[in-house]
Design a protein around this ligand. Structure first.
Ligand code: SIN
Length: 296
């Protein structure tokens, strides 16, 4: 069967059919999946009941996987190749409403780009739905290439060459979480990321934004923060957003270099929501990439 992409939104997102991800994916099929990701930025695969091993094997086609740091000293429920996008503790029980870990997880409900706070951030993320609540808990994706295209020319000129500083401490302060381990504090200094740049997969210009972005380098803090907030508000207008309603067995892949995403609320005190995310590392920091003058 041929791999086929059917768009689900005017700007971003396509449903992919014609491939079984529980089996090894051929080189030809992968070329088509990668081309679809470069074009549509978000790919939805239905009916893919992946085991952790199968998800890891498929994810590695895109590049090296990130290993999750332990941000607050809690025990992991699943392997360190996964970000645990669930409301469960290591014993599989619902997290208490006042738990530190729940507060940390709330950061995923802010518009963000995975790992933009790492010097070399994420290339793409793969999220597999294992248990889904009956209501809420959708994931929304914003198209940062379409948003860049729609900016006034004067704003595009103003963004040229600007760099933002990104930090996990900045985004988590917004959810009230401050209990990072000393090791994480010393290992994760703020990092620079170029705000308007060329997306390596398509050659199109894109914004690069996230709740982790705290200010613009070289600008007064408040002025830079205002600009970042304005850009995030613009880029997440409903016209640029695809909302994914999960089904168990869905695998969704998104390109972190030209999208933002956020999880939506649900009754996490009573309902289980369990998704496993593998995160593929990019190749190079964006400021370094600009300095070398390469779009790739
Ligand atoms: C994520 O940020 O990777 C997950 C978002 C969600 O909870 O849907």
């Amino acid at each position: 069967m041929a791999v086929e992409a059917t768009p689900v939104h005017p700007y971003l997102g396509a449903e992919i059919s014609g491939v079984d991800l529980t089996r090894p994916v051929s080189a030809d099929d992968f070329v088509q999946i990668e081309a679809a990701l470069n074009r549509h930025a978000v790919l939805v695969f239905h009916d893919q009941p992946l085991s952790d091993d199968q998800q890891i094997a498929f994810s590695r086609h895109f590049g090296p996987l990130e290993i999750m740091p332990v941000y607050a000293g809690y025990k992991l429920r699943i392997r360190a190749e996964f970000a645990d996008i669930s409301n469960l503790d290591a014993e599989g029980q619902l997290l208490a409403q006042d738990s530190d870990r729940r507060m940390f997880n709330q950061g995923n409900q802010l518009w963000h780009t995975d790992s933009s706070f790492k010097y070399v951030p994420a290339r793409c993320s793969l999220l597999s739905a294992r248990e889904i609540p009956p209501e809420g808990g959708e994931t929304e994706f914003a198209d940062l290439r379409a948003a860049y295209d729609a900016l006034p020319e004067e704003t595009k000129r103003r963004l040229d060459g600007l760099v933002a500083e990104h930090s996990i401490f900045h985004s988590r302060r917004q959810t009230g979480f401050v209990n990072f381990t000393e090791e994480i504090r010393s290992r994760m200094p703020p990092v620079p990321q170029v705000i308007a740049r060329r997306h390596p997969g398509s050659g199109r210009m894109t914004l690069y934004l996230a709740a982790h972005a705290s200010h613009v380098v070289g600008w007064p803090i408040e002025e830079g923060r205002r600009l970042l907030e304005q850009l995030i508000d613009f880029a997440t207008e409903p016209r640029f957003v695809y909302r994914h309603h999960w089904r168990v067995g869905d695998l969704v892949i998104w390109d972190d270099r030209c999208t933002m995403h956020r999880g939506r609320p649900y009754d996490d005190a009573r309902q289980r929501r369990v998704l496993h995310r593998t995160t593929v590392s990019d190749e190079i920091n964006s400021v370094e990439r600009e300095r070398r003058g390469t779009a790739a």
